[in-house]
Design a protein around this ligand. Structure first.
Ligand code: OSB
Ligand code: MG
Length: 368
């Protein structure tokens, strides 16, 4: 497809509640969005970088600039397919989340042209995926109440954010108040080797998986926890299939959270998924507080057969209260706790143009 024009925007979407994790608090969802106009239709892509560079070094306003000044100019005027975007952008170091947005937009345009859904393009056969929700750090009574509400909505799994001093008591309370809900925890790297016994205790309480317990690079502590039989899921450390392969050789993970944004796109996410299936690695689909656009993409990816552990796939409205994109549909399938795999052509439906323009804080247009 010939890329004629790329629109880059920064939007600010209000949140249902602040999102608190060991790396910081997010009070509104600043996001970078791209729209690609081709000779054969339009596509939209989400850059899921957070407002601040606290989870990875990508951040929304930085992504806006790199998209506008460096990445979009490398695409406009060229004849490209979604599968060739990563190669075309490879001379720019890093910035996986900005690159992922451009790949998603071109994929969206391509799929619409071909009348295909993302799921069908990926060879997905499932038509629904179990939903999982994430609960941030907070006072114990707020966390237990939030988990109870989510359980009543049908979520069968929650991932609780933990940090030193906010772990045993909160997990114990949730296990008591919502005993049938599967509990995973995510530390965003907040622990070190001194906490091995505490983390093992969480598993004894019934926690099914611990995501990124230690800082990226602390492979020794991770390997010790894996050796204790704990399902240790790499998130921040899983930046590429090669990085996961190295962690695997060191015994420093037993599962991996696959996030298309962090890996540089849907193509890279599928590659890591396939690698995980081949190597018996437990895979789970990771969220980035995406808006409806990114959540649609995640729902198709999460329906791949290698995702054996319920991931962060909840409707966008779990976090985002005003969203220009239509949301995923939950609870219409075989059980209230499932999300329908999107089946319409493209990655996601198009946004509401008025709402999108109302929520836009910066707009740039790149032409050939
Ligand atoms: O560490 O998994 C994480 C969201 C943004 C950045 C990092 C993480 C998260 C989540 C997913 O926990 C929450 C969600 O998308 O519902
Ligand atoms: Mg995580």
């Amino acid at each position: 497809m010939l890329i004629e024009r790329i629109e880059v925007r920064l939007v600010e979407l209000p949140l249902v509640e602040p999102f608190r994790a060991a790396h910081g608090t997010m009070t509104s969802r600043e996001l970078a969005i791209v729209r690609i106009d081709t000779n054969d239709g339009v596509g939209w892509g989400e850059c899921s970088a957070l407002p601040e560079p606290t989870y990875s070094d990508d951040f929304a306003a930085g992504a806006f600039v790199i998209l506008d000044e460096e990445l979009a100019p490398r695409l406009v005027g060229h004849q490209l397919s979604a599968g060739s975007v990563a190669t075309r952008l490879a001379s720019v170091v890093g910035n996986p989340m900005a690159k992922a947005a451009l790949e998603m937009a071109l994929l969206d345009a391509e799929l619409r042209r071909d009348g295909l859904s993302l799921a069908s393009r990926l060879g997905v056969t499932a038509d629904e995926v179990p939903a999982g929700a994430v609960v941030g750090l907070g006072p114990i009574d707020e966390v237990t109440e939030r988990v109870a509400t989510l359980a009543a909505e049908g979520f069968g799994r929650v991932k609780l954010k933990i940090a030193p001093g906010h772990d045993l008591d909160v997990v114990s309370a949730v296990r008591t108040t919502s005993p049938t809900v599967e509990v995973q925890v995510d530390a965003n790297g907040a622990y070190d080797g001194r906490y091995l016994d505490l983390l093992t205790e969480l598993v004894d309480m019934g926690v099914s998986a611990i995501e990124q317990p230690f800082a990226v690079g602390d492979d020794g502590s991770a390997a010790e926890l894996v050796a204790r039989g704990v399902l240790v899921i790499a998130d921040e450390a899983a930046t590429s299939t090669a990085a996961v392969e190295r962690l695997h050789h060191r015994g420093a993970l037993s599962g991996v959270s696959i996030k298309p944004a962090r890996l540089g796109g849907i193509g890279a996410a599928v590659q890591l998924h396939d690698w995980s299936v081949d190597h018996g690695m437990t895979a789970t689909a990771g969220g980035m507080i995406e808006c409806g656009l990114g959540r649609h993409a995640l729902a198709a990816v999460a329906a791949l057969p290698g995702f054996v552990v319920t991931g962060d796939l909840s409707p966008a409205r779990r976090w985002i209260s005003v969203d220009p994109w239509p949301d995923l549909v939950m609870g219409k399938g075989s059980s209230p706790g499932t999300i329908a795999v999107p089946s319409a052509p493209g990655v996601a439906p198009h946004p509401d143009p008025e709402l999108l323009s109302d929520l836009t804080s910066r707009l740039a247009i790149v032409k050939a």
